[in-house]
Design a protein. Sequence first.
Length: 611
Amino acid sequence: MRLSHFTKVTKDDSDDDSDVEARWGTPSGPTTPNIAETAQQLRRSLSVASLHDLANMPPSQIRKSVGNKVWRPQDEEARVPGDWERLVVHVVRGGIRAGNLAFSLRATLSLVLEIIKAIRTKKFSGKQLGVAAFGPTNFRFAAMFAIWASLYKAVHNSLRLLTPMPPRPRSSRAASEGAVVVKPSKEPRSGEVTPSDDHDSGTATPRSGRAALEGKDGLEKAKIKARQKRKAFMRDPRSKIWHAYVAGAVSALAVMVETPSNRISLAQQLFVRGLEGSYNVCHSKGMINIPHGAVLTFGIACGQIMYAWLTHPESLPRSYTNWITNASQVSPNCLPSYRSVAIEGRADPDMILKYFPDGKIPSPISTSPLRYAHVPPNKVNRRGIHAKNVRDMIEWSERVRKGEPGKVIPCSIVHPWEASHFWSPIDRFFEVTRWILPVYLTLHFVPAMFLRPGSFLKDPVRTFVRSLFGSVRSSSFLGIFVIIFQTIYCALHSSHNMIANSPTLSKRVPDWVLRLLLSHSMKWIAGFLTCLSLFVEHSRRRAELAAYVLPKGMESAWSIGRKKAWVPFVPGGDLLLSSLGMSLVMGTYAQNPEHLSGIVRRVVYQFVGRN
């Protein structure tokens, strides 16, 4: 057998180990400058020659260069400091970049919103525009991101520098001693990468290694590109997974810059996003598997939210409570009336007067049989009152005046414009869908036209149809959400009234069944079952919707628990929750960034980068 049929393991099998030794065994990283090199770069950037080159540079190249300075490119190579001096430069530069980016984004958004407000109100104020662009909230927001990025980079890289280099594998020691180990070798196959290739030097990057890809077929090119990417973004063997978790927890101290109310919101979002990423990591490793986990999470959160909306609205943000009321399309006076009857046990017979024009009960148009005319809408009754519901409301008010206990408000007050329980959900579906459709049209069309203009110009009809379908689909999700809760609500109350008003059924049905039909726990179950509406939405949006409602449900549950002394007071709870959430987010980002949601992954990458 000829010697050509054998190869040396010392150069092939231990190639990656030697690359690790060459890159990370030196006192400093190859891509992170020290203080002297940074000063030299600044002098070179501000020199007359650089300004002259910039003036003669094509506009497209200028836009690309400036864009890469502001918005981090997707294939940016990791900058890893190898000593403490370079670490200081790395931390300072990263903090300045994060602060500038955060300030620019916040100021731009605030300015655009203020301009839109001025256009709507036709009142332009230079002072308000100046506050929107350079207000203290923008500086506070920028400082928070700058401190967060700086703390994370400092702690993460410090832990790495304090960790000793792991011992080299035995094959690498054999290579350094000049030992020759032979093994059978087959003839080179098509697409196989040999040690003599130029891209095997360990210095190739996805951009600089294009020469090695010339003349290669698809499979061979894919293998070479994968090897180039592995070498370009080679992981420091001293880095440990727990480094990112610790650094993330410490970096959460940056939220102390924000106001207390914003800290709570940030803590909730960070914790939920961290849980989402950790669950995805465990799910990918086969450690946990919950079928339709996003749907179940959405249901648990909505069960608490709808329960709080009916019984403890103070545990939810006021703006969110008002939004739910508007989305439900019920009368604004319906909720106070429900709480007065169901919680306080006090029924006000005069509350129906607010539904009628001038606060007066209308006269009947017929006494035999008793009939009333339809009532036109007003501020409280936005869609009018059906004639049958007018009679039901008046009869309920008369029973309460006679001293009969009013344990529940009639359905005629909940949906006064519709007397049929069969048509009421259908009517509510179209009303809710029509109400929210303009919002979803904006959310689908604006990104399609301005964030992906290439696809829009290439095939505008297809983009229009997809955006329209997505808008209708999302609007239908909310419509089905509302009718699920309303149908269960009306079914519970109608069943109670039917049993209570029937002499035969009231004797046969136990009292605990009547109490159960009106219990608040059944309202929680009705809110949970609204998760079925999530199957209407696209599967990619289900996790986002669950992550949106979960913080509000958690906040409501904690607020009610504190009010009832079920949970203790935790000093600095917002900071502790932020540290836990940030630790989970950054730990997931360091090992498996693809398991974070798209928006979180992009935000972290733009502000922190690959290190």
